[in-house]
Design a protein around this ligand. Structure first.
Ligand code: AMP
Ligand code: ZN
Ligand code: FE
Ligand code: FE
Length: 276
């Protein structure tokens, strides 16, 4: 079993990097990618635990790119931590996150739902703090029943406490990934909000021209037939297929490492083609 998309508490997952790797090994995963949002601070610990557990850990990250009408996320696989064109930009991106989080807390205060920055930080294990941590602090305060409800009522796109943050363009994100030796993969493509085959075609052509290598086809939300449909689509545009659970632990209940909602199976043969 392989899983090429997961989060630790270095960003908005609940498991610390060592526990995440132990869990992966326990369920029989032989290759796990750690793709925390805008940070690689969990990678060192995860690599050490992976060598103890006898599994392969692929270092990576996940970027949110500038896109209207939906969310465009880029999973970058095989990104080695340290200095590099993309690695150096991650700190800047996290600074923009902090500014945006502060704006969200101001809006929540004005809505009569005060949440302290310290309460949000207490929900996060690392340096990449985001809306899921704000949502968790809102649950703790009793303002909402669940993280999902916090997004539905307040934090999601178009809701009153939604605030945008500065993002790289698709071309910048893909270009920086390649310049850093990483493998750029379009994550969970349904969140782009593409409405028809013409929009799909224009967008995939644009991303391919920018250097995109692969597209996630094996995601928990898709049916087995949809996964094969996405794989055919990827092939049509000259992209490789990838996939993973996008595991976040308790921040996304019901999604397990490797198997997603239970029926996910990411073909192991995809892995060698994706290697840089
Ligand atoms: P941020 O990176 O701070 O903008 O937060 C975005 C992250 O929040 C995503 O990567 C997801 O992990 C999570 N998220 C987005 N929408 C929802 C939702 N409706 N319910 C729960 N988590 C969500
Ligand atoms: Zn996340
Ligand atoms: Fe994502
Ligand atoms: Fe993710």
């Amino acid at each position: 079993m392989i899983d090429l998309h997961s989060h630790s508490n270095a960003s908005d997952g609940s498991d610390d990097p060592a526990a995440l790797v132990q869990r992966a090994a326990a369920v029989g995963i032989r290759t796990l990618a750690l793709t925390d949002h805008d940070t690689q601070s969990g990678v060192e610990t995860a690599l050490a635990e992976a060598s103890r557990s006898g599994i392969e850990l692929i270092p990576g990250t996940e970027l949110s790119l500038a896109w209207e009408g939906g969310a465009m996320h880029l999973v970058v696989l095989f990104l080695v931590p340290g200095r590099g064109p993309l690695q150096d930009r991650l700190a800047e991106i996290r600074t923009a996150r902090h500014a945006r989080n502060h704006e969200i807390l101001e809006v929540l205060e004005s809505l009569g739902l005060p949440v302290g920055a310290d309460e949000v930080a207490a929900m996060a294990g690392g340096e990449s703090v985001g809306r899921p941590h704000i949502a968790a602090a809102m649950v703790r305060r009793g303002y909402v029943e669940s993280i999902a409800e916090a997004f539905d009522l307040y934090l999601g796109w178009g809701r009153p406490a939604y605030r945008p943050r500065w993002r790289l363009t698709p071309e910048e994100g893909i270009g920086l990934s390649l310049a850093s030796g990483g493998v750029p993969v379009l994550a969970h493509p349904h969140t782009l909000g593409l409405n028809n085959s013409e929009e799909v075609s224009t967008t995939l052509r644009r991303l391919k021209a920018a250097g995109l290598r692969a597209m996630e086809c094996y995601c928990p939300l898709y049916s087995p037939i949809e996964r094969e449909g996405y794989a055919a689509l990827a092939a049509r545009f000259g992209l490789l297929a990838s996939g993973g659970s996008d595991y976040h632990g308790s921040f996304k209940p019901g999604i397990e490492l490797g198997v997603g909602r239970g029926n996910l199976s990411v073909p192991e043969r995809l892995l060698d083609a994706l290697r840089p």
